[in-house]
Design a protein around this ligand. Structure first.
Ligand code: CO
Length: 217
């Protein structure tokens, strides 16, 4: 007979302490948030427990709209991700979309191996596709750790492209030139974010094959 695990109770206690701490610093905090959210940023990150969106950028509740999955993928047939992007861009009018990967990503590591991991292999296939796109560059890197780090970066860049290729972002660009789309990598070993400097805010920076003409044209 398994003993019932009660470690989760610590979280309920933690919640009470957190509310008290926030209220002590700013008694109006929850009252303000109750009126609605106006995040300026959509964060697309990895589900990894070491990369919590708000904490790593020192943001408070209400500032970051968050979508996380294994290995921070933006797959254009993923209804969940598309719904998040559509809502963030068209209803919340976020000014920035940040795809944030991280070094030491278990999803990227698994995708580089030939091991079976179960159903998740179908999800990680998207990373194998990124590998194939950049196979020559990656296989010229002799050190396996450096090769894995490079695939983490290339995967972020590819997901930035995937966000930009959507009709959601393109139609918004045609109207407002927003959102700006960025690619970042977080280092779990030192807590620092690296901006990969892949920033898009217009069609002219995209490959022509993905461009849609303006509606009604
Ligand atoms: Co990860």
């Amino acid at each position: 007979m398994n003993e019932r695990d009660t470690s989760y109770r610590r979280l309920l206690e933690g919640n009470k302490k957190w509310v008290q701490r926030v209220m002590d610093a700013d008694p109006e905090f929850f009252g303000r948030l109750a009126h609605g959210q106006q995040p300026f940023l959509l964060w697309i990150g990895c589900a990894d427990s070491r990369v919590p969106a708000n904490e790593v950028v020192d943001a408070v509740p209400g500032e970051v709209f968050v979508h996380r999955n294994i290995a921070n993928l933006f797959v254009h047939t993923d209804m969940n991700a598309l719904s998040v992007l559509e809502y963030a861009v068209n209803h919340l009018s976020v000014r920035h979309v940040i795809v944030c990967g991280h070094y030491g990503c278990g999803g990227v590591r698994a995708a580089m191996s030939a091991r079976h991991h179960g159903m998740i292999d179908n999800w990680l296939r998207h990373i194998k596709d990124v590998y194939r796109l950049h196979q020559n560059e990656l296989e010229a890197i002799a050190d396996p750790t450096q090769r894995e780090r490079r695939l983490v970066e290339l995967n972020v860049v590819e997901q930035v492209y995937n966000v930009c290729k959507t009709s959601i972002v393109q139609e918004s660009w045609q109207k407002t030139r927003l959102p700006q789309v960025h690619g970042w990598v977080y280092d779990v070993a030192n807590g620092l974010v690296r901006d990969l400097q892949v920033n898009f805010s217009g069609l002219d920076e995209m490959a022509a094959i993905y461009e849609f003409e303006p509606r009604g044209a």
